[in-house]
Design a protein. Structure first.
Length: 265
């Protein structure tokens, strides 16, 4: 008889294979992109590499689980009433990728029963594979992950991402100004998925963003939780299935982060 744990392990294996295959393609094409298209604005890019990587992932997942739902960045949603839904960002960090900046990754998650069950983030240039199964922990290249144990904001390295919408961008500038004198430093890397993976493995103490899509954060959300960290919205509330705000941390500084957020008018 197939157990739930075996099923989740099988889901993870398919996600890993898809992420590695797409990542291999992205690594092969990296540095050769000479054009890109715009989606909603000049800040919002898409390349043929995004579309091809997505096709690779969708073909592998579709072959293994043809009845599952799909939410992927570059395609319309599929089978929205299915009990399981794959949430896919085939190339997180497209702007970096298009400009030859080596910080991007593949993000794949599986949702079911109202929660994220499996998460995979793959950094093909560094060959770092981050994986998580709900209630079974998180790993990087097969070794257990744990968040950092830094418990003071002034010793913490933070990261953020900037939204496309001007009003939210200005709001994030206010938050950034509040954190800069209080934290050790703040970074903007350009890939939400890898930033969340970095929180999960202790390279960062926290990451916040005001305007994420589900495909940006689903896998990383599970990674942080399974590595012992905390994930809320910017007010400390629960992040819903379609929530846009995210504050992810090692947990030790989470209340300090929320206290700073409350000071901002």
């Amino acid at each position: 008889m197939t157990t739930e744990a075996q099923t989740r392990s099988e889901f993870l294996m398919v996600a890993v294979e898809a992420a590695r295959e797409a990542g291999s393609f992205l690594k092969e094409r990296f540095g050769t992109i000479d054009r890109y298209d715009l989606k909603t604005s000049h800040h919002d890019l898409v390349t043929e590499a995004d579309r091809t990587a997505e096709r690779i992932i969708l073909e592998r997942i579709g072959k293994a689980y043809p009845d599952h739902g799909i939410l992927s960045e570059e395609s319309p949603p599929r089978r929205t009433d299915a009990p399981y839904r794959w949430v896919i960002d085939p190339l997180d960090g497209t702007t970096n990728y298009a400009h030859g900046i080596p910080f991007f990754g593949v993000s794949i998650a599986l949702e079911g029963q109202g929660e994220v069950l499996v998460g995979v983030i793959y950094d093909p240039l560094r060959d770092e594979l981050y994986t998580a199964i709900r209630d079974e922990g998180a790993e990087r290249n097969g070794k257990p992950l744990a968040v950092s144990r830094i418990a003071d904001l002034k010793g913490s390295l933070l990261a953020t991402g900037f939204p496309l919408r001007p009003r939210l961008k200005e709001r994030n500038l206010q938050i950034l100004r509040a954190f800069l004198p209080r934290a050790q430093s703040v970074r903007r890397f350009g890939s939400a998925a890898l930033c969340l993976a970095y929180v999960a493995c202790g390279k960062l103490e926290a990451y916040w963003d005001l305007s994420l899509h589900r495909w940006d954060m689903a896998a990383g959300y599970l990674l942080v939780q399974e590595a012992g960290g905390a994930c809320t919205d910017l007010q400390g509330g629960e992040v819903g299935p379609e929530g846009r705000e995210l504050l992810a941390s090692n947990g030790y500084i989470h209340e300090q982060l929320l206290d700073v957020m409350k000071e901002i008018p």
